[in-house]
Design a protein around this ligand. Structure first.
Ligand code: DP6
Length: 420
């Protein structure tokens, strides 16, 4: 048995949001350091609805680094995990916890082992950027545990080495990942463009689209695009630099029309580069395409955009409504086109901020059945297809990472050092 002085466990718990890119990252110039071929911009999503919580624990009694994701042990041997752990350990400080009588010297971190437990409050397999929130949370919580003194920008460049899009989850609100020039990647960092209160009219509805096919991972997909798509190279050199400036201006001035136009165009161009890849990659499916048509038709009917759409490496739609009123009209449209299965409760079909349901006058399936066709569909037969959307999540732009100080929220047992 370990002697008494070896029994202490020190731990930290943090919560980190996921993010959705409105100007996409697609393509690396360095696969190991994860350096992109263009800048990207994202909106951080409210962690109340989509986040990762991670507890990191250290103890002299731990025999090796171990990690559990959603309760299941996973391997830390991959180079992405190893690079993040190495970078963070090399920046660790002396840590003293007088109350517990714990004194860790800087150099000790190299030989002390970690237990890490992570939990996503949304289905990991739903294709909702779980790796972004996951690596951001891992790096943020380890930095707190080891009292790393570097600023968030440095932490973003470490999270980037876990998964590119993770660097943008270190901040709330609107975030730009600057591609940088340095071959070592020191200037490829995330910066906050505006915090989550800057444009708080926006409402986000995610349609989790049912999919039967196994998708190509982002990592593989973008490698193949870099190797074979001429459109991707035109995009990164000629199109994205201009769009980044326009998007920054749209965000700064809260110009929804410009924001929506750029967001939709960039999503569509990203998917066009996937189609331009050999062999072609299809991330969107028929349901995704139908959602685009409906949104385009509605925006045209209104004369000015009410909603922006964007799709990542999968069929799910992320819809950004200009304000609460537009969000209510959007949710009514979505439920008209994609009603829940007859035996499904509305409660489990619309997740996240359910207050929009109330405001839209939708309390039950009967209310959904009674929804009239949207005016832009007059004289156009619209087919209701049940089962194409698994569920919706209503959310909004949200804050960056936070520490959870309440021990009850820790995912690791303070005595055993194992997941609760
Ligand atoms: C389509 O960050 O998942 O979501 O860096 O290889 O881990 P790796 O890829 P990842 O790619 C995200 C691609 C995207 C666009 C975006 O988030 O910018």
């Amino acid at each position: 048995m370990a002697d008494e002085s070896q029994k202490w466990i020190l731990m930290v718990t943090a919560r980190t949001p996921t993010n959705i890119a409105v100007i996409k990252y697609w393509g690396k110039r360095d696969e190991t350091l994860i350096l992109p071929i263009n800048d990207s911009i994202s909106v951080t999503l409210d962690p109340d609805h989509l986040c990762t919580t991670t507890t990191v624990a250290v103890s002299p009694s731990f025999e090796k680094d171990r990690m559990w994701l959603n309760g299941k042990e996973i391997s830390l041997s991959g180079s992405r995990y190893q690079n993040c752990l190495k970078e963070i350990r090399s920046r660790a400080s002396d840590v003293d916890d007088e109350k517990k009588g714990i004194h860790i010297r800087r150099g000790d971190w190299e030989r002390l082992h970690l237990h890490i437990a992570s939990y996503n409050n949304f289905p990991t397999a739903a294709g909702l950027a779980s790796s972004a929130a996951g690596f951001a949370c891992l790096v943020f919580s380890l930095a707190k545990l080891m009292q790393v003194k570097d600023e968030l920008g440095v932490l973003s460049s470490i999270a980037r080495q876990g998964s590119g899009s993770a660097c943008r989850s270190l901040y709330g609100g609107f975030v730009k990942w600057v591609m940088g020039n340095d071959v070592a990647g020191s200037d490829s960092v995330a910066v906050q463009l505006a915090n989550e209160t800057h444009w708080d009219d926006l409402v986000i509805i995610i349609a989790v689209v049912s999919s039967r096919q196994k998708e190509t991972s982002s990592t593989t997909g973008m490698r193949e695009s870099v190797e074979t798509s001429t459109l991707l190279h035109h995009r990164s050199k000629e199109v994205v630099p201009k769009r980044i400036l326009q998007m920054e201006e749209a965000i700064r001035n809260r110009e929804f029309a410009s924001f929506a136009k750029l967001t939709c165009a960039d999503s569509n161009q990203f998917h066009a580069t996937c189609l331009d890849t050999s062999p072609p990659i299809f991330y969107m499916n028929d349901t995704s395409h139908r959602i685009i048509s409906y949104m385009e038709r509605w925006n045209r009917f209104e004369g000015t955009p009410q909603v922006a759409y964007t799709f990542d490496a999968g069929p799910n739609a992320v819809l950004i409504a200009r304000n609460r009123k537009a969000a209510i009209l959007l949710l009514q449209r979505l439920l008209f086109y994609f009603p829940p299965l007859p035996n499904n409760e509305l409660e489990s079909y619309v997740l996240g901020d359910k207050s929009i349901l109330q405001e839209a006058g939708l309390q039950s399936l009967k209310d959904v059945e009674a929804l009239p066709p949207p005016p832009e569909m007059e004289n156009i037969p619209s087919k209701k297809i049940i089962g194409d959307v698994s569920y919706f999540i209503c959310t909004k732009p949200g804050r960056g990472p936070v520490l959870l100080t309440d021990e009850d929220q820790a995912l690791i047992h303070p005595k055993t050092g194992l997941p609760k």
